[in-house]
Design a protein around this ligand. Structure first.
Ligand SMILES: CCCCCCCCCCCCCCCC(=O)SCCNC(=O)CCNC(=O)[C@H](O)C(C)(C)COP(=O)(O)OP(=O)(O)OC[C@H]1O[C@@H](n2cnc3c(N)ncnc32)[C@H](O)[C@@H]1OP(=O)(O)O
Length: 194
């Protein structure tokens, strides 16, 4: 069973998403937006280290291999970890729009169990934009990029200013992020708003 609540239905006057002219070319890796991010950073030993690549239009692909640290039931991925993989993949779409946005709502369907050692092949795309609201959808397949869907999600991201993080984040991490020597991450974090 899968379904989407009315909160995730774009309004009738929603716009078709437009890829930013400076977005990475299809196939290019997006890199990490923050080294300590549990989804995409390489600073967290048990993090997902998900690597997303730009696709056509406003879409991305990504892979995540389930490790023992990601178990819920014995030998199987924890559902919350799989939701994180979907959330991270969906969140990376905003880089193609050059928008900073946070997850407002994430609805996930778990359709097949995902064993440890499995690589989840993720695909996501923005379907509509309405003001600050960005509507998107994602699937995670197992057994290959064309394998059966194990998990899927629909989401609403809400555009925010960089002040969202400065106001709400802990000061020491904010300072460290601002001092990050990695130019790509700094650009993604601080220069995405026009
Ligand atoms: C210095 C260091 C910088 C670092 C720079 C890093 C940059 C790159 C970081 C990216 C990180 C990615 C990581 C993965 C993605 C996460 O996991 S993000 C983390 C999880 N999400 C959060 O923490 C968000 C927490 N929630 C909030 O902060 C606020 O509720 C929100 C979402 C910003 C919305 O609050 P708001 O700005 O006051 O907006 P609000 O007026 O309430 O809503 C705006 C519209 O959205 C709708 N809406 C809001 N929430 C919902 C909802 N839950 N359901 C349905 N509709 C909703 C409203 O109805 C409204 O619609 P309209 O009236 O315009 O039609």
């Amino acid at each position: 069973m899968s379904g989407t609540s009315p909160a995730l239905q774009p309004p009738a006057d929603a716009l078709t998403p437009v890829r930013h002219p400076d977005a990475p070319a299809p196939g290019e890796p997006l890199g990490s937006h923050y080294a300590e991010c549990f989804g995409c950073g390489d600073g967290r030993p048990h993090g997902l280290r998900l690597q997303a690549r730009a696709g056509e239009g406003v879409s991305v692909t990504a892979e995540f291999t389930v490790r023992p640290a990601h178990q819920g039931a014995p030998g199987l991925a924890h559902g919350g970890v799989l939701a994180t993989a979907l959330d991270e993949t969906l969140g990376s779409l905003n880089w193609l729009l050059r928008t900073i946005a946070v997850t407002g709502r994430l609805e996930t369907d778990f359709q097949r169990p995902v064993p440890v050692g499995t690589t989840l092949h993720l695909e996501a795309e923005v379907t509509a934009v309405s003001g600050r609201k960005i509507y998107s959808t994602a699937t995670g397949r197992i057994g290959g990029p064309d394998g059966p869907v194990a998990v899927r999600a629909d989401a609403l991201f809400v555009e925010v200013k960089v002040e969202h993080f400065v106001e709400h984040g802990r000061e020491e991490e904010i300072r460290a992020a601002m001092d990050d020597p990695d130019q790509v991450r700094r650009v993604r974090a601080f220069e995405v708003n026009p």
